[in-house]
Design a protein around this ligand. Structure first.
Ligand code: MG
Length: 341
């Protein structure tokens, strides 16, 4: 197979801030595999938090180049990725794994959701994220997306919870909150009671990623469900957090691609956990891939392309929170500006 990649700088429409990161721009590595007339697209959105940068993704892809170029077929590449593991470089691995899935769907003429025997009409709605800022700017951003049924509000330790109440009241949307590891457990117990009073649906990752006991303490005292995100990067951690939380957040860029995400969704559900599919700042390639398996989960937060000013690809569209998947073989993504097939 032929193999090229390109590092691109994604620019969010608003600087995107969470308790952990500030992103004025974000690097993404777009992978293209080709075999005769077939092209498979993949995307790596590396996160420093998980030890990856565009440079480490490029180094990984160069190490993989001989195996990719020698693979006669995408299934041979999939077998190589599986035997090699590589979940310690999850975004880099995901770029090749997503591209191989795109090719597989195109070769057999089926949209990726159908390859996984999923019905796109079962996809949940997606929330839209409101990045951390002053309360006034956060409310302004929320009002820009008034009419969307679900908003996810990013908070840190310092921000007063009254901003959540204002956003909920003034937009009428269902609201979830993500503290991105920034609260101390005792503080979180107090805050979660207030979030319940406001009518927040659930709270994501209140405490430090390695503080599973802290997560458990918050969950035991919380009137609303608590989800693990940073504490549960791959399917391997599901058993470790299962009795400490009510749900887990699944991301292709944490777990190394589609197959671990599907496994995580099944494993979590078997343990009685709720599931949400989330994303990093990714192009439409990554979020469209995730959207194809979203019929497996209870909630989706697959809004990154919506937040970008320069998404280089088009794929899944969001219609007032409803995810509309392309009805084409594979991912169904194409470079922005390219003609429809
Ligand atoms: Mg999160």
């Amino acid at each position: 197979m032929e193999f090229t990649y390109e590092v691109i700088e994604l620019v969010p429409r608003h600087v995107f801030r969470t308790a952990r990161t500030v992103s004025a721009t974000s690097d993404s590595v777009i992978v293209r595999l080709s075999d005769g007339p077939l092209t498979g697209f993949g995307d790596a959105a590396p996160a420093r938090y998980y030890g990856e940068t565009a440079a480490t993704v490029v180094a990984y892809l160069e190490r993989m180049r001989p195996a990719v170029e020698q693979a006669a077929h995408e299934s041979e590449l999939m077998a190589h990725l599986t035997s090699r593991g590589g979940h310690d470089e999850p975004a880099a691995r995901a770029s090749l794994e997503i591209a191989a899935h795109d090719m597989m769907g195109k070769r057999f003429g089926v949209p990726l959701c159908r390859h996984f025997e999923l019905d796109p009409s079962d996809a949940p709605i997606t929330s839209i994220s409101i990045g951390l800022d002053t309360p006034e700017v956060m409310l302004e951003k929320a009002l820009e997306v008034r009419g969307y049924p679900m908003l996810k509000v990013k908070l840190d330790a310092a921000t007063d919870l009254s901003v959540v109440e204002r956003i909920k009241r003034e937009t009428g949307a269902a609201v979830t909150v993500d503290a991105n590891c920034s609260w101390e457990p005792e503080d979180a117990v107090r805050k979660v009671a207030e979030l319940a009073r406001i009518g927040v649906e659930f709270l994501e990752q209140p405490v430090r990623a390695d503080d599973i006991e802290g997560l458990r303490r918050v969950t035991e005292r919380s009137p609303i469900p608590i989800f693990a995100d940073e504490s549960c990067p791959t399917s391997a951690q599901v058993p470790l957090v299962a009795d400490a939380v009510d749900g887990v957040v699944i991301k292709l860029m944490k777990g190394g691609g589609l197959l671990d995400a599907v496994k995580m969704a099944h494993d979590a559900r078997a343990r009685g956990l709720r599931t949400m599919l989330g994303c990093m700042l990714e192009s439409s390639i990554g979020i469209t891939a995730a959207a194809h398996i979203s019929p497996l989960v209870d909630y989706a937060d697959l809004d990154s392309a919506f937040l970008l000013a320069n998404d280089p690809y088009v794929g899944m569209k969001i219609d007032q929170g409803r995810m509309v998947l392309p009805d084409e073989p594979g991912l169904g993504v194409r470079p922005a500006g390219a003609r429809e097939a």
